[in-house]
Design a protein around this ligand. Structure first.
Ligand SMILES: [Zn+2]
Length: 457
């Protein structure tokens, strides 16, 4: 045994020698001090906690060292011996942290307050009024945000005098059940209206239908991402279209099943009884997948149809010889409450009326959804593969949107999925928000009512 002891000691001595031989004398001396701060700028009256870290010659952290704090210009900002900085007047100064003769520093910029901005509103969730710890925060520029806890009835009110433009209103729930919501507005308009916000859950459990009880992780960022990049192409739009920036545009589920009628007086080629049987069997499969009634047959002769082939409360279907045979194209319209109330689905020939993928795709457009490459979906196209029928994600994202659309109208909470997409991008993913100018370039921004259209596929 003795020789083993001796062997270990020899190895230990060799290792110490490799370190330079100065270690056994006592604790390592401080070689440098690093200072970090949470914010790039403060507004007069703000405080922030700086952190000083003492490092040895190898850059390793040394714990328990005494730090002496000082401000080069206490008229601009003061600092306590625990590193808390208080902004006193506008300007720039340097806060120093010294330990064992080594000094670290951090520049502190103090801004004069701007004229205050306020944001107030009320939150809603699928369960009703927001419950549990939820925080509303105003973030302006690079200075500390202003936060309040949302009250039990979902209300919040915030004020900030931080300079900067635009202003971000961020809603975050500590439970982790909901995605953060981000409303980014110009400083001049943030206070103009009450912010009635409907939070988006991070996960949806499918109710009824083929995929009942399975769950879908919800990413509005994916659902709003177009499958293509052409900003000038109005059809280059996500499963949740950009027009939803002003609220969800879907049929009111109370009005479903919507009437569907073959428009025999405008059709370019006959729609036969066989075509009709094939079409309706596809509709029944859609309803079985999505777990709710969607459409019911109607006779065009019983409906009021305008000169362009539209009928309020109905989806009109016809053959249009101007389209590529085998393809479909659908347009739809919504009112000023975001309720889709009418659609026209055209097909290039009678054959696609028997195609599960084409009919399901066009009728999802008729409900108000557009395209995606983000998951396996019947709403593919634009270079993305298209599933032959409704997938689990299609059903999950569609059910969630219908559920939220009902609350949106009942609670007048038109900030929902689009603002959750912005929150997911900025807060969760660290991306830039989708800019309003991009949306406006598509001609889809803040119009309270309008219509959607498909791309030919
Ligand atoms: Zn399409």
């Amino acid at each position: 045994m003795w020789w083993r002891h001796r062997g270990r000691r020899a190895v230990l001595l060799l290792l110490l020698g490799a370190c330079g031989g100065d270690s056994p004398a006592g604790p390592d001396p401080v070689s440098s001090v690093q200072v970090t701060a949470p914010y790039e700028a403060l507004v007069i009256g703000d405080t922030e906690q700086l952190v000083a870290t003492a490092l040895d010659a190898h850059g390793a952290t040394l714990s328990g060292r005494v730090i002496d704090w000082s401000s080069r210009d206490p008229a601009v900002a003061t600092v306590t011996q625990s590193g808390v900085v208080t902004a006193v007047s506008s300007g720039t100064t340097t806060i120093e942290a010294t330990s064992e003769g080594k000094r670290g520093e951090r520049a502190v910029t103090v801004l004069a307050p701007a004229s205050p901005v306020s944001a107030s509103g009320q939150l809603f969730t699928i369960e009703g009024i927001a419950s549990g710890p939820v925080t509303a925060t105003l973030r302006i520029g690079v200075s500390p945000p202003r936060s309040v806890s949302v009250s039990a009835d979902g209300r919040f009110s915030l004020t900030s005098a931080a300079p900067g433009d635009p202003v971000d209103l961020v809603i975050s729930a500590s439970s982790g059940s909901y995605l953060p919501t981000l409303v980014r507005l110009p400083r001049s308009t943030i206070a103009a209206s009450e912010h009635r916000i409907l939070l988006t859950p991070r996960r949806w459990t499918i109710v009824g239908g083929t995929y009942a009880s399975s769950t879908v992780d919800i990413s509005p960022n994916q659902a709003f991402t177009p499958p293509c990049t052409s900003a000038s192409d109005i059809n280059c739009d996500g499963f949740y279209p950009k027009s939803w920036a002003t609220g969800i545009k879907l049929w009111d589920t109370a009005t479903l099943p919507a009437r569907v009628a073959f428009d025999h007086s405008r059709t370019a080629a006959p729609i036969s009884a066989t075509d009709s049987v094939a079409f309706w069997s596809i509709v029944r499969q859609m309803e079985a997948d999505i777990g709710r009634p969607l459409f019911r047959p109607a006779m065009a002769s019983e409906l009021t149809v305008d000169a362009d082939g539209w009928s309020a409360g109905a989806v009109m279907v016809r053959i249009d010889a101007s389209l590529t045979p085998g393809r479909g194209y659908t347009n739809w319209r919504w009112d000023n409450r975001g309720v889709v109330f009418s659609a026209v689905a055209r097909f290039g020939s009678a054959a696609p009326l028997g195609s599960i993928s084409v009919v399901t795709h066009e009728l999802l457009h008729a409900l108000g959804f557009k395209h995606s490459c983000a998951w396996s979906t019947v709403m593919g196209g634009y270079g993305c593969s298209s599933a032959p029928g409704l997938t689990r994600q299609d059903v999950g994202y569609a059910q969630l949107a219908f559920q939220l659309a009902g609350i949106q109208r009942a609670a007048n909470a038109y900030r929902n999925l689009y603002d959750a997409m912005q929150g997911e991008r900025v807060v969760v993913l660290g991306l830039e928000p989708v800019s309003l100018t991009f949306t406006q370039a598509l001609g889809l921004a803040p119009t309270p009512w309008g219509g959607g259209q498909d791309g030919a596929r």
